[in-house]
Design a binder for this molecule. Structure first.
Ligand SMILES: Cc1cc2nc3c(=O)[nH]c(=O)nc-3n(C[C@H](O)[C@H](O)[C@H](O)COP(=O)(O)OP(=O)(O)OC[C@H]3O[C@@H](n4cnc5c(N)ncnc54)[C@H](O)[C@@H]3O)c2cc1C
Length: 463
């Protein structure tokens, strides 16, 4: 295979017309020949900026070197020293703004396709039956982890490797956090990928107890006082959806993206044999422009709906990953940009029948640095639709903070924790991921889980 050193080896994908009608994975990944060809493009820099761009500091040039040599087990060993979820990260990380955003190759041509190579290594290692190595001697100390999303899984995996006796408590009936209830099957297969990486974490000795809501069935204080846990990590995410509080938002057929996606992903409502119902609308308006909005829109499309994304800024400000926006467009999602909803209308039975929107223009940059949208007077218009999905961001659920004595939260209801080691205001309690930052990314949550694992080890070693 000839390699153009300036361009990525293209990755195979399902045809947009075909994939818009199914829930199978969109991206098909590299095969051996393609991966080894792409690996040739890595310059193996002495001072690798890509590693600085990775929140879990994977030794990227070293694993790519192993791919070049055809040594997948070697590449996997290098990655798994830093990441418990490489097949997940290879699929959903915003590489363009992290490792690949710093790649020296990318200064004049296209960056090395680090994410696709990571995915290739993780998938191939899984097919070969390779598991991460377990090493540590047992320390005889118990640590509780709340939440089984990327932050909790990473923290638990790292602590287990250090020899701690770790139990994850998860509110839902399935482990994985957003990886199982939020991100759709067509971007991140559940049984084939997420489940397998969780099994690898369990293989390190981590126990997972599902259907345990901390703050209801048991509190952090009782875990520490009565059940012998010497430290706790809170990785409970930010699962509480926001709404616009506009007239008509109570109508039937208005959903939060979280509810809609949970029905489809966790409860498999997209399958004909599922007992969980989901609305199969004729025309859906999705409000918002992030990854979650793209996922909700592409799910609605696959369930047979015409889909409009309504976003108040322009394409340039869309917070979703570029790749996701491109995929959504290819599949036929219609983008109504510089547009904001002002009222939702219901029919005589209380079901959504349409939405009034207003055109926006961009003014001066706001606190986030993005130009702020301003309504254009008199520009209201009506979109007929039978479903509206609100995807306006989420915040942490206050259940844990309100049931734990001495745990400080900030104005945004996020738990206050030290960035370096996850220490909260309460002794022995650490936190990280979306519960601390608000809705962010998988890899940042993993980075926080790693930092907290180190912090917990230091704390327990000095007890
Ligand atoms: C639809 C969607 C798409 C996304 N797409 C991307 C993407 O493409 N790339 C990317 O990098 N990021 C993406 N994100 C963001 C990313 O998934 C999150 O930033 C990440 O999952 C946060 O990890 P976490 O471990 O902090 O929390 P979560 O993944 O939210 O996990 C928290 C877990 O804690 C559990 N929990 C909560 N409260 C309790 C309690 N009281 N007791 C016990 N358990 C509890 C929850 O049930 C959940 O399982 C997306 C998010 C969503 C919603």
């Amino acid at each position: 295979m000839t390699v153009d050193m300036w361009k990525k080896v293209p990755v195979r994908e399902q045809d947009p017309k075909v994939r818009a009608t199914n829930f199978n994975e969109v991206c098909l990944g590299y095969n051996k020949e393609e991966a080894e060809a792409e690996a040739q493009r890595c310059l193996n820099c002495k001072n690798p900026f890509c590693v600085q761009g990775c929140p879990v500091s994977i030794n990227i040039p070293a694993f790519i070197q192993k791919v070049k040599e055809g040594d997948v087990p070697g590449a996997y060993e290098i990655i798994s020293q830093s990441s418990a979820l490489p097949a997940v990260c290879g699929r959903v990380c915003p590489q363009e703004s992290q490792c690949e955003g710093k790649c020296v190759r990318g200064m004049r041509g296209e960056a090395v396709s680090i994410g696709k190579l990571e995915r290739y290594v993780a998938d191939t290692a899984r097919e070969m039956g390779i598991k991460p190595a377990v090493t540590a001697e047992k320390k005889g100390k118990k640590v509780a982890v709340i939440g089984s999303g990327p932050a909790g899984l990473t923290c638990a995996g790292d602590l287990a490797r250090m020899g701690y006796d770790v139990t994850i408590f998860e509110a839902l009936h399935k482990a994985g956090g957003v990886l199982v209830y939020g991100i759709p099957e067509f971007r991140l297969p559940k049984d084939a990928v997420v489940e397998k990486e969780i099994e690898n974490v369990k293989a390190l000795g981590v126990k997972i107890e599902t259907d345990v809501v901390i703050g209801k069935s048991v509190t952090i204080d009782s875990l520490m006082k009565d059940e012998g846990y010497e430290a706790v990590f809170i990785g409970s995410g930010a699962g509480l959806p926001r709404f616009m509080h506009i007239p008509g938002e109570q109508a039937m057929g208005v959903f939060s993206a979280n509810e809609y996606l949970t029905r489809s992903n966790l409860m498999k409502a997209f399958r004909e044999d599922s007992r969980t119902p989901i609305m199969r609308a004729k025309k859906t308006v999705v409000v918002g422009g992030g990854n979650v909005a793209m996922d909700a829109a592409r799910t609605a499309l696959r369930l047979g709906s015409e889909v409009h994304i309504v976003y108040r800024r322009s394409e340039e400000e869309l917070p979703a990953r570029k790749e996701e926006v491109e995929h959504a467009k290819q599949e036929g999602i219609i983008f109504d940009l510089l547009t904001n909803p002002v009222e939702i209308h219901a029919d005589e039975n209380g079901w959504v029948k349409g939405i009034t929107c207003i055109r926006m223009e961009l003014g001066e940059p706001d606190a986030s640095g993005r130009r702020s949208p301003i309504p254009v007077e008199g520009s209201e218009f009506y979109i007929e639709c039978d479903a509206v999905i609100m995807s306006l961001g989420t915040s942490p659920n206050p259940l844990i903070s309100s049931t734990t004595e001495g745990l400080d939260i900030n104005r945004r209801k996020c738990i206050v924790a030290d960035e370096e080691n996850g220490q909260t205001s309460k002794q022995g309690v650490f936190a990280g991921g979306d519960a601390v930052t608000g809705a962010a990314t998988v890899i940042l949550a993993m980075g926080a889980g790693k930092a907290a694992a180190k912090g917990i080890d230091e704390y327990l070693s000095n007890l």
